[in-house]
Design a protein around this ligand. Structure first.
Ligand SMILES: *Cc1c(COP(=O)(O)O)cnc(C)c1O
Length: 378
């Protein structure tokens, strides 16, 4: 069986975890949290990184820092994970969904401006598959309309838009280290702050609304309740595991890119004769091979395709069911403009196996089975 995903294990993770245990320091904000945060600041070139328990929680921190209040509107694609919307809905925002582009499945930057109203507070671009959204357009709109930009870069570690790493382009960025992402610690995330004015409040929100971070640095002699907040800091055990993986980020992404390029090359014939579509990466984007997707003709063909792969011992999965047509989405949001691509494209898309350490034999098997599926139709 070729799994759709195998969480990365690189070697060395247990050494760091053992070191944390040895020191009897396993709660949050110890040495490994510090080292992992600094390494991320270097990799991403962001001003400040705060590790979090998940990307979901990093997005929640972003929503609090944007001062989202009931009645505010937040613009994002409908084709995304629930957390992108939930984080803002929790603060009382109305979610305004905008259609995606069919080439990248990212929010269509040309449709955002028409969705802006006097109530709009933030834009949340999601870098689908680790391919950057058109951030120069989005940042310009935000500047002109005085809006926050919170990047959902959950899938984007190591990827860039132009020369700017994803997560370092908006005012805030959010990363995920869930086991389905390129590097992982099981469950975990990071909140990236690109404007130092927000660091002090972000530290308070992350530490249950207290100024405990300042207290631990010896800047004050007691800590107290200063603001709303929650417990968003991960344990040292997770940070230790993550630190080992971050040190090998280049190796992991290069390995995934080999698989990605192999699929791209070896499915080219099917793309050229028009039976499938695959991603074309915009010229100004450097992706991180987070995902390799294929689009079939329609939902019916996709269902058959997934079943055929499964019966041939290959795991594949489809992705988001658009949020705007879900039970919560209907209640908490609205779609602005025409749903030209979100629904139809989401029903055609399927994700192929891709993970660190995938063997050449397995890559070849996937390509072969896909060719068998189309058989004489090609
Ligand atoms: C994985 C993912 C999340 C959630 O990440 P967690 O760390 O599991 O909370 C949010 N948004 C997108 C686009 C994701 O892919």
């Amino acid at each position: 069986m070729i799994a759709f995903n195998i969480p990365p294990y690189i070697g060395g993770e247990e050494k760091y975890i053992a070191a944390a245990i040895e020191k009897r320091k396993i709660c949050g904000d110890g040495e490994f949290t510090k080292q992992a945060s600094h390494l991320l600041e270097e990799i991403i070139g962001t001003k400040k990184v705060l590790l979090t328990t998940s990307c979901t929680h990093a997005l929640e921190m972003g929503a609090i820092l944007c001062d989202i209040k009931p009645g505010d509107e937040v613009i994002m694609p409908s084709y995304t994970f629930v957390s992108t919307a939930n984080a803002f809905a929790l603060r009382g925002a109305t979610i305004v969904f905008v259609d995606v582009r069919s080439d990248t499945m990212n929010i269509d930057e040309t449709l955002i401006e028409a969705a802006i109203t006097p109530k709009t507070k933030a834009i949340v671009p999601v870098h689908y598959a680790g391919v950057g959204c058109e951030m120069s357009v989005i940042n310009k709109l935000a500047e002109n309309h005085d809006l926050y930009v919170v990047e959902d870069a959950a899938q984007g570690i190591g990827a860039a838009y132009g020369d700017r790493p994803l997560g370092a382009i908006g005012i805030f960025g959010c990363l995920s280290f869930h086991e389905t992402k390129n590097v992982s610690c099981g469950e975990g995330g990071a909140f990236l702050i690109n404007d130092l004015r927000f660091v002090e409040r972000a530290e308070i929100i992350r530490e249950k609304g207290t100024n405990r971070s300042k207290f631990f640095r010896g800047e004050i002699d007691r800590y107290s309740w200063c603001d709303i907040g929650s417990s968003y800091l991960p344990s040292e055990l997770n940070a230790a595991y993550l630190f080992a993986q971050l040190k090998q980020l280049g190796k992991v992404n290069a390995d995934r890119l080999d698989t990605w390029n192999f699929y791209k090359e070896n499915l080219r014939d099917l793309k050229e004769c028009g039976v499938i579509e695959t991603a074309d990466i915009p010229a100004n984007c450097t992706h991180n091979a987070h995902m390799f997707w294929v689009k079939l003709k329609n939902l019916k063909e996709r269902t058959k395709f997934i079943a055929y792969l499964k019966q041939s011992g290959i795991g594949s999965v489809f992705h988001y069911i658009p949020l705007h047509s879900s039970t919560a989405g209907l209640k908490l949001g609205r779609f602005h403009g025409e749903d030209k691509f979100t629904t139809v494209e989401s029903e055609r898309l399927v994700r192929l196996p891709i993970y660190y350490g995938m063997t050449q034999a397995d890559r070849e098997k996937v390509v072969e089975v896909i060719h068998d599926f189309f058989g004489d139709n090609v």
